[in-house]
Design a protein around this ligand. Structure first.
Ligand SMILES: *Cc1c(COP(=O)(O)O)cnc(C)c1O
Length: 525
């Protein structure tokens, strides 16, 4: 543009990030919703459409519901013409305009667009059943009531949400990527539905960040990802013989941990006329869960060498105590053992490049010298620190679990709260009921004041037992608490590690225990 570098450098610090927030949630009738509320300028429309295009699946048509566009001082006719051009370029199947301005300019929108002068008119003319298997982008500014449109189309569950910050996932991914060589591949573990965070959105985010592989625990998770439009290679860690059809049909790459399984896989590949199907050879270097040892590896090599339907694409092993410095001697022996297995396998296939990988999240920060060809990133991606020596302090939590107060009552000292009268009030108290219980994944051991949830910035201890679908917390002395107030169970104010400590378990278990009935909402900052 002809601006000299000195001027650019001067002005760069004046740039302000565009404040935006994109929520992704399940909608009615198999719809997927992207809700963007912060700004309605033309530049942010383009960003939102980009975000949408990365979420396209074969099963969804594309719908954009657009409020009046903020013209930011430019001639309105030009701005609407540019918006129309963007929508045409993206092949949006269905366009709905809502607002006085866009309604009066409906002729400049692509043919077939429908407009309404107000949200009320829209809500009066459509029902949720008018939407089916659509990827719907709702784009309006904060002061427009398009939120009511979003609420109409959102799948109803309870008021409890697990919010997942996709930008924090990206930051964590980059934290680990910066700890390894640029050419080291990143395998992202999204088993157990992304450690509870939900796999599709994470997979899409990681695919666009350039991860080399995704790894899932069972083939169903892999099939789901393919249906959600994930095209990158996917490793299945615990495949079974009765999953073979799904594995080939969805092009999933199985871990090989037994010769019997390998033989069945080869037979099926031959039947299908497939050559060079990639598989990943698992070595048991010390975990003693699954995998080959030095004495069983020769048989695998023999079976593999005798055919070309299936080929080893990588060899890998898992550390069992990477986060425990007192076991470092054992970990070092795991590295040695693995190296001997790598040498044995590779020398049997001299012409083939077989990748090797052994490091998990903690391993990446503690043993970067062992990064080999790839590393496997799990819990760290989700922002959980496994080391507390400062080495992982840059990780960001990615999720927060919250709900809202549904009832507030005053009780006199001596009153008992909940089942078996286990919560006894020692003073006059204000007790709030919140709609989360053990069926949502709130462990019963968090009752009796063992845990506190955050309301209006104050930690409020639980009172009495956790019920199936609700529990009670003590909000005495917090001014103005009322139904509808947000209650954070974990997130910015209560780290998930604290809950794990209270329960005597690890964050992995807390995260994977949040039940599927809790709505997942994904957002970008
Ligand atoms: C779960 C898992 C990982 C990731 O471990 P984290 O400790 O979560 O980083 C890596 N490899 C295998 C085989 C796993 O099962």
């Amino acid at each position: 543009l002809g601006t000299d570098p000195a001027t650019i450098a001067d002005r760069m610090p004046l740039l302000r990030p565009v404040r935006t927030r994109l929520d992704v949630a399940d909608g009615v009738n198999d719809c997927q919703m992207i809700h963007d509320t912060f700004s309605s300028g033309i530049a942010s429309l383009s960003l939102s459409l980009d975000f949408m295009s990365r979420r396209v699946t074969p099963d969804h048509t594309l719908t954009v519901i657009l409020g009046d566009i903020d013209t930011e001082g430019l001639p309105a006719a030009d701005v609407y013409a540019r918006a129309a051009a963007m929508l045409r370029l993206r092949h949006i199947d269905r366009i709905i305009g809502i607002g006085p301005e866009i309604n009066s300019r409906s002729s400049s929108l692509p043919a077939g667009s429908v407009t309404y002068p107000s949200v009320e008119e829209f809500l009066g003319s459509v029902t949720p059943d008018d939407f089916r298997s659509e990827l719907i982008l709702i784009k309006g500014s904060q002061d427009e009531p398009l939120g009511n449109v979003a609420r109409l189309l959102e799948k109803r569950r309870n008021g409890t949400v697990l919010e997942i910050n996709l930008d924090a996932v990206v930051d964590n991914f980059n934290f680990f990527r910066s700890r390894v060589r640029p050419d080291t591949g990143m395998v992202c573990m999204i088993k157990a539905s992304g450690y509870g965070a939900g796999s599709h959105e994470l997979a899409k985010t990681l695919q666009s960040q350039g991860a080399s592989y995704l790894a899932v625990a069972v083939h169903d998770e892999g099939v789901d990802l393919r249906q959600a439009g994930i095209t990158m290679p996917i490793i299945v860690l615990n495949p079974a013989v009765d999953d073979l059809n799904a594995i080939f049909d969805s092009h999933l790459e199985p871990e090989i941990y037994s010769v019997d399984f390998l033989r069945s896989l080869i037979a099926e590949a031959r039947r299908r006329g497939i050559k060079d199907y990639p598989v990943h050879i698992k070595i048991d270097s010390g975990m003693h869960r699954l995998g080959f040892r030095l004495d069983t590896l020769p048989e695998v090599i023999e079976v593999l060498s005798s055919q070309d339907y299936v080929v080893p694409s990588s060899i890998f092993s898992h550390l069992c105590a990477a986060d425990d410095p007192s076991e470092d001697e054992y970990t070092l022996r795991q590295f040695d053992y693995f190296e001997r297995c790598c040498v044995m396998l590779r020398s049997a296939f001299p012409g083939r490049r077989i990748l090797s990988h052994i490091l998990n999240s903690t391993g990446i920060t503690r043993f970067p010298g062992q990064q080999r060809d790839m590393v496997r990133l799990g819990i760290g991606l989700y922002g959980i620190r496994t080391m507390h020596d400062g080495s992982q302090d840059e990780l960001r939590p990615i999720s927060s679990l919250s709900t809202s107060v549904i009832s507030v009552k005053h009780w006199e000292a001596g009153t008992t709260i909940g089942y078996n009268r286990r919560g006894i009030l020692s003073r006059d108290s204000v007790i709030a009921t919140v709609p989360v219980g053990y069926a949502d994944g709130i462990n019963r051991h968090l009752g009796y004041g063992n845990a506190s949830f955050c309301v209006r910035g104050v930690l409020c201890p639980t009172v009495g037992s956790i019920c199936m679908d609700s529990c009670m917390i003590d909000v005495t002395g917090i001014p103005g608490v009322q139904p509808g107030d947000r209650v954070e169970i974990f997130g910015d104010s209560v780290p998930v590690e604290a809950i794990a400590d209270t329960l005597g378990t690890i964050p992995y278990e807390v995260l994977t225990s949040i039940s599927q009935r809790v709505k997942r909402v994904y957002y970008r900052e």
